[in-house]
Design a protein around this ligand. Structure first.
Ligand SMILES: [Ca+2]
Ligand SMILES: [Ca+2]
Ligand SMILES: [Ca+2]
Length: 336
């Protein structure tokens, strides 16, 4: 039994389309920034802005919701990864300058580590050390503040790395055509094989893994058994993807309503589904009484209606998607 997809939108650096997009669960674009030059990394920051490694413009920019550049560092050498740190500085890995740098908000270099070749990914760890994917040298290293290597592992052309809460490390290997999870001894504790050119990797809250596949033009969410539980295809050079958790049930409800409209179902069916979603909204809006139970009951009725039409007026994949989002709303109302 596959794990349901994790809640949220997906932020994607579509490098060959020179844009960054945010799509909802139904793959509708809800935010877009175009006019870039091979963006390869996009991170949504805690202030709601987006940090982008605009690779072939040799710069890292931070843009607000409206696309205004609120911070920029230019003159870089094809940056591939940029992370905003909790101290406000920015950590940057570059393709054409064989060092990883940490810069302050004014652009001054406050820390650097020379590496032996190109680097596609860097991460500051909670212990203050820095994890670096030295792609061209087939190695992932962890260095302390003084630049001493305290841990390393050989991996063919590691492209992205992510330290997991339990201390394991997730690594994508381009020529290896796989994503691996290794423990501190370097033993592989989990792997996903036959993944063509995995670029970015992220472990999601539900245990699934989000992977951007550049040449395949898709982003997939795979469960631990390798089942693809969500994907978006026909992208142009997706180099990075991250899941953005949506914690507002009303927002998900609106997206679910839009999707019902997009599906162009027979009037009777769409009216019946809309009525249930209206009931959910009324229950959530009702500040009196046990509103969450009423909302959850209406969502269960919505799911039942979709199930009745599954394979008939609603395709299997559309039914799966509608139910997954209805379930995400139930989870939010239950745990929120
Ligand atoms: Ca990212
Ligand atoms: Ca980043
Ligand atoms: Ca990073």
């Amino acid at each position: 039994m596959a794990v349901l997809p994790a809640n949220g939108h997906t932020l994607i650096a579509e490098s060959d389309n020179n844009r960054v997009i945010e799509v909802d669960f139904f793959r509708n674009i809800v935010w877009e920034l175009s006019g870039l030059n091979r963006p390869v990394d996009a991170d949504r920051l805690s202030n709601g802005n987006t940090l982008i490694a605009d690779c072939d413009n040799n710069r890292v920019i931070e843009v607000d919701f409206f696309g205004n550049i609120v911070w920029e560092l230019s003159g870089l050498a094809r940056p591939w990864d940029a992370d905003r740190l909790s101290n406000g500085n920015t950590l940057i890995a570059q393709m054409d300058d064989y060092r990883v740098i940490e810069v302050d908000p004014l652009g001054g270099i406050v820390w650097e580590k020379n590496v032996c070749g190109c680097s596609h990914s860097v991460e500051r760890l909670p212990n203050g050390n820095t994890l670096i994917a030295m792609s061209c040298c087939d190695r992932v290293i962890e260095v302390d503040h003084n630049g001493n290597v305290v841990w390393q592992i050989q991996v063919p052309y590691p492209l992205d790395i992510a330290k997991l809460p339990d201390g394991n490390t997730l690594i994508s290997s381009g020529p290896g055509r796989r994503v691996i999870e290794v423990d501190h001894s370097g033993d592989i504790v989990w792997e996903l094989l036959n993944i063509d050119l995995p670029l970015s990797v992220e472990r999601l809250a539900n245990g699934n893994t989000l992977i951007a596949q550049l040449q395949e033009g898709r982003v997939i969410e795979a469960d631990r058994e390798g089942n693809i539980v969500w994907e978006i295809t026909e992208l142009e050079g997706p180099a990075d993807a991250e899941r953005l958790v949506i914690s507002n049930p009303v927002q998900l409800l609106e997206e679910l309503s839009c999707q019902i409209a997009n599906l162009n179902l027979q009037n009777g069916i769409s009216n019946s589904l809309d009525a249930k979603l209206d009931a959910v909204l009324r229950a959530i809006d009702d500040i009196n009484g046990n509103n969450d139970v009423a909302a959850i009951n209406a969502l269960e009725a919505f799911i039942n209606t979709v199930e009745v039409q599954r394979g008939n007026k609603i395709s299997d994949s559309d039914a799966d998607a509608l139910i997954a989002v209805a379930q995400q709303i139930i989870d939010l109302l239950t745990n929120g």
